[in-house]
Design a protein. Structure first.
Length: 74
């Protein structure tokens, strides 16, 4: 796609015909979803304690240091 607008190589249509694979969708996994990244905070939904997020450790796998509930990403 020369212009990146989904119109195909000659700019004549959306490129959605059989076996083209150039539809306007983002793919079956969502494609355009951007992750939150390694910064941010983990928050306890019960007592509100805020803990800095650690890269590589999901907030949902951390327990609140105050009440023991599972943390959620802010």
């Amino acid at each position: 796609m020369p212009r990146g607008d989904g119109t195909g190589p000659l700019g004549q249509g959306p490129g959605t015909g059989r076996r083209r694979g150039m539809g306007r969708g983002r793919g079956k996994m969502g494609g355009g979803r951007i992750g939150v990244g390694s910064t941010g905070n983990c928050v306890c939904p019960s007592c509100g304690v805020i803990v800095a997020h650690q890269a590589g450790i999901p907030c949902a796998s951390m327990d609140c240091p105050k009440c023991g509930m599972r943390m959620v990403r802010e």
